[in-house]
Design a protein around this ligand. Structure first.
Ligand code: FPP
Length: 246
């Protein structure tokens, strides 16, 4: 952790946690055992991000496409989530971590919604780090919903087409009061965005690793942050222009 430059931290890290199933297969276990091990990585990575000083951590815990998995697996993921929230609320309070979600949580099972609501309420005043769980999240849904809101406002005569700016569009997204991710990590050797934060990752640094999510712990997180710190973010400018701005 000492190798990390604290003056150049990603403010927001987003993670596509992938490879639980393959981890289980490699250990001759069922897929659900892989998710259970993955939940342990969630605990460790949240703890490490908080210790490093990351302000926002967004985890892709359940995509809008994940409903099409076998029913048993979907229900095991929901149970894991419920257990995680119940067991971690104390840690979140102790570590001053606020929980929030992005995605259509209305479609989640009642039990999960209840514990989510409780945890969000309890941790609402915490200020050190925001843990964002993407649940029943999909970028296409999010963007289409934003378009619907803007069209509605236009039809009501509240806005004209020239009012549809970047800022106004962002205001209609789940992430409206969050900074965009600086670093996006995907585990398990897959190189896809899988309908995750497509609008918000326009200038994000991507980091792909072959490590399967259940094996991704503090050490691997530090490697990803160090790689981020080696990169130069130019936002469309030249290196010279960037140097002059410093
Ligand atoms: C991808 O592995 C992982 C998921 C679809 C879900 C992520 C869930 C967890 C890490 C556990 C519970 C979450 C929380 C927040 C406690 P995969 O099943 O797609 O792996 P595979 O591609 O190897 O089959």
């Amino acid at each position: 952790m000492d190798r990390i430059d604290k003056t150049n931290l990603p403010r927001h890290i987003a993670i596509i946690m992938d490879g639980n199933g393959r981890w289980a297969q490699n250990h001759s276990l069922g897929r659900i055992a892989g998710h259970r091990k993955g939940a342990e990585s969630v605990r460790k990575v949240v703890e490490a991000c908080r210790a490093i000083g990351i302000s926002y951590l967004t985890l892709y815990a359940f995509s809008s496409e994940n409903w099409s998995r076998p029913e048993k697996e979907v229900s095991a993921l929901m149970t894991l989530l419920e257990r995680y929230l119940k067991s971690e609320v104390k840690v979140m309070m102790k570590n001053n971590i606020r929980l929030r979600t992005i995605g259509d949580t209305a479609a989640l099972p009642e039990k999960v919604r209840a514990v989510l609501g409780d945890t969000i309420e309890k941790t609402a005043g915490n200020t050190a780090m925001t843990l964002v769980l993407a649940l029943n999240y999909g970028s296409h849904d999010e963007i289409l919903e934003a378009v619907r809101k803007l069209v509605e406002q236009a039809l009501q005569g509240k806005i004209g087409t020239s009012d549809i700016t970047d800022e106004r569009f962002q205001e209609c997204l789940y992430t409206k009061d969050m900074p965009d991710p600086d670093l996006l990590i995907r585990t398990s050797g897959e190189y896809r965005l899988s309908n995750f934060l497509m609008w918000q990752t326009a200038y994000t640094e991507f980091y792909f690793t072959d490590t399967l999510w259940p094996d991704f712990r503090e050490e691997q997180l530090i490697e990803a942050i160090l790689e981020f710190q080696r990169r130069e973010r130019r936002y469309g400018m030249t290196s010279d222009q960037l140097q002059k701005r410093k």
